[in-house]
Design a protein around this ligand. Sequence first.
Ligand code: FAQ
Length: 327
Amino acid sequence: MYTTEMSKNVKPIETVEDSDLVAAFEARVAADEFIEPKDWMPDAYRKTLVRQISQHAHSEIVGMLPEGNWITRAPSLRRKAILLAKVQDEGGHGLYLYCAAETLGTSREQMVEALHSGKAKYSTIFNYPTLTWADIGAIGWLVDGAAIMNQVPLQRTSYGPYARAMVRVCKEESFHQRQGYEIMIALANGTADQKRMAQDALNRWWWPSLMMFGPPDDNSPNTERSMRWRIKRETNDELRQKFVDISVPQAEFLGLTVPDADLKWNEAKGGYDFGEIDWEEFYAVVRGEGPVAKERMKARRDAWDDGAWVRDAAAAYEAKRRERAAA
Ligand code: FAQ
């Protein structure tokens, strides 16, 4: 995998980089200053950011597929217009994020190539199929809900361009979450069949949504360093717990049942205890064995190939423009 290969090349910063520069960098991070593209930064910080931001960008772009698939089948003009706008927003998020990663010295072509060759990751959640209209509600409610939980702290991530991209992304994600929850409200209060559909979607999306936050902290190789460098501001488990605590009352309001027999309010911790996540499933999906992983990658590769003429035309236009300017 592209990101793992990169991290294999990470040299121990204390031994290979000027310790004064590292100390000055760490002091700036500790003082909550933003690090900007032209500032000195440890090689491992740059690589971690490229890994995380490019993975995030790929997730937004691949994430357009499960919902894009429903635009032509949305049940009304209003729902169609909203879904179209949402899917376009996700495309925009991918573009801001690719731009943020490019400021670290990697090209968009390199990132896209890493995705298409299977070396780069994207979120596990987008490897599950959208079987019914209720899945569009569940994605907005739970997937965008989980994305917001993870991304609100990223507005304060230590790398300036990533933090600033996140401010706009979070505003849009918040609309996405509401539109999904509103679909769920309509279905949960609709006919018995519609309510069953909503419950079925919750049953299928609940556990994969919890997996979006990544492996448990004690099995998360990147968390410790990313927390120290304030790339991540909260750990995977902290965010997952917050997500459960917010989402369970929302499910209750809908009159739906969270598919977890072990779910129980824990007064002492002020949060819910919940059942064990199927980590084998998570790692299988990370390895590219998700239910619709092949279909997702094929769609992305085909879109890239189909767009070749646009890239060629843009490059030819730019070459002519430069020729004219030089003449
Ligand atoms: N899927 O050491 P950690 C969205 C990998 S956006 C796949 O804990 P880290 C919007 C991880 O890369 C959703 N791989 O890693 C939307 C690492 O492998 P590596 C995306 C995963 O980076 C909504 C290894 O496991 N959001 O949904 C996953 O410290 C609706 C070990 O993990 C972001 O990307 C996973 N779920 O923490 C769009 C947010 N989890 O690279 C359309 C930014 C972990 O070392 C429709 N990213 N891995 O080989 C982050 O916050 C972090 O990167 C985490 C992972 C929390 C995802």
